[in-house]
Ligand binder design. Structure first.
Ligand SMILES: Cc1cc2nc3c(=O)[nH]c(=O)nc-3n(C[C@H](O)[C@H](O)[C@H](O)COP(=O)(O)OP(=O)(O)OC[C@H]3O[C@@H](n4cnc5c(N)ncnc54)[C@H](O)[C@@H]3O)c2cc1C
Length: 406
């Protein structure tokens, strides 16, 4: 008797929020799917992130990109709502709004411009709050310091670990096989067409492979221009109830966020650490005391009530950034059968829709939203981006918007 063939319709590489979304939507579309994750589900950025869902994250005053972001992130929210109605696992999606806090007058003007742009694109619900209105929403802010904020009531947060699990569970109910501790060594090609993947000691054959490894995506496809960005997260001791809205802010030029307060009162906060040395390893998972101290010290200035709280645990994770700040979604030019969904900085606002778009492309050959501008091959042939060294998320954003000051 011959050996049974290890053969499926689609192999998804990566078991984060994005990969499990692809596995779910592909299975729903009738495909036989295997998902290969090198560690545990949500072992990458998805199990380490704040879980904020922000439709128009960042401060880039670019009307086309804002328009695109809104189109995808609104569609993402719509799918999350459908998930919340039908999925077995409650992934704690709460649309409680998110505050983008301005410290300086100049930042407040930037937010004002951003709100104008969003409104001109039909984002009716976006609000610009002055100082008094901001303090009414978040009374624990330093009234002497802040100038105002931007609030979008349908932003919010979710439990990213549970979202990943929830999608994986629904995918398995539809027949998907989820293989953990199954690192993909190589995507196998013949005459430019995908044949399958090479695992440690076996091969899986398939005509389609989806690369959903985000920060690691370029390791499997060298033509893909994606850089890894490392960020710190912390959880505080139990605190009395705080305002439910997550926040993000730039403080002394550094990005910081406060995401979710758990039912037991622990608060999840984070931001990039201090500048890194040249040739730094952005996949470094060690924690350095000075980075925890630095992020907490500026959060403590903006939220005086948080200045004395104890951080009981901290960790880091690595996510991705691209040369135009938008993710890559779609077929990889030059590789027949290879689909990329990677390059996510704010993956919670994209996970559901990107998996759905990849599935539509593979199952139907067309997508319900246009994906041409997210073409994973759009940087090929252009001079490679020389990111400032060292960099972090704030530096990457400033670099793209021309605000970077070495
Ligand atoms: C501290 C921190 C805070 C964040 N806060 C937020 C937030 O509040 N809101 C938000 O939207 N985003 C946030 N992010 C970003 C967000 O986490 C990511 O954008 C998102 O998780 C990307 O999901 P993903 O599934 O694409 O990637 P990941 O979750 O990183 O999944 C990729 C998976 O691929 C696996 N993999 C890699 N190589 C291979 C291989 N060769 N074979 C098999 N498997 C492989 C990895 O192990 C990993 O599990 C934060 C990130 C961090 C680190």
């Amino acid at each position: 008797m011959s050996e049974p063939k290890n053969e499926v319709d689609v192999i998804v590489i990566g078991g984060g929020a994005v990969g499990t979304s692809a596995a779910y939507h592909l299975s729903k579309g009738g495909k036989k799917v295997v998902l290969c994750e090198k560690g545990n589900l949500a072992g990458g950025a998805s199990g380490r992130c704040g879980g904020m869902v922000v439709h128009c994250y960042g401060r880039e005053l670019n009307i086309d990109k804002t328009d695109q972001r809104l189109m995808y992130t609104r569609a993402n929210t719509q799918i999350m709502k459908e998930y919340a109605e039908s999925f077995e696992i409650d992934f704690e999606f709460r649309q409680v709004g998110c505050l983008d806090i301005a410290i300086t007058e100049q930042e407040f003007e930037e937010l004002e411009n951003l709100v104008d742009i969003q409104r001109s694109l039909g984002d009716e619900e976006i609000e610009l709050l002055d100082k008094k209105q901001t303090l009414a929403v978040m009374p624990n802010l330093n009234a002497h310091l802040i100038t105002g904020s931007r609030l979008r009531p349908s932003d919010g947060n979710l439990n990213p670990f549970k979202l990943t699990r929830a999608q994986a569970l629904e995918a398995s109910k539809l027949g998907a096989e989820i293989r953990t501790h199954a690192p993909v060594k190589e995507i196998l090609l013949s005459n430019g067409a995908v044949q399958g993947v090479q695992l440690q000691d076996s091969v899986i054959e398939a005509p389609f492979v989806v690369n959903a490894t985000n920060a690691w995506a370029g390791q499997l496809i060298p033509d893909l221009e994606i850089i890894p960005v490392r960020e710190l997260a912390m959880v505080s001791e139990c605190l009395p109830p705080l305002p439910p809205q997550p926040f993000e802010m730039l403080c002394l030029g550094d990005f910081a966020y406060g995401a979710t307060q758990t039912a037991s009162g622990n608060y999840n906060l984070g931001g990039p650490g201090p500048p890194k040395p040249p040739a730094y390893d952005y996949y470094d998972e060690r924690i350095y005391p000075d980075e925890v101290f630095r992020v907490m010290s500026y959060i403590g200035v903006v939220f005086p009530g948080l200045a004395e709280v104890s951080v009981i645990r901290s960790w880091v994770g690595t996510f991705a950034f691209t040369p135009d700040g938008l993710p890559s979604i779609g077929p990889m030019p030059g590789y027949k059968g290879l689909v990329v969904i990677a390059g996510f900085t704010d993956g919670m606002s994209w996970a559901a829709i990107s998996g759905k778009l990849a599935a539509e492309y593979i199952c139907d050959g067309r997508t319900s939203l246009p994906i041409a501008s997210l073409d994973p091959g759009r940087f090929i042939g252009r001079p490679k981006t020389h990111w400032p060294q060292p960099y972090d998320l704030t530096v990457c954003h400033d670099f793209l918007t021309g605000r970077f000051k070495p």
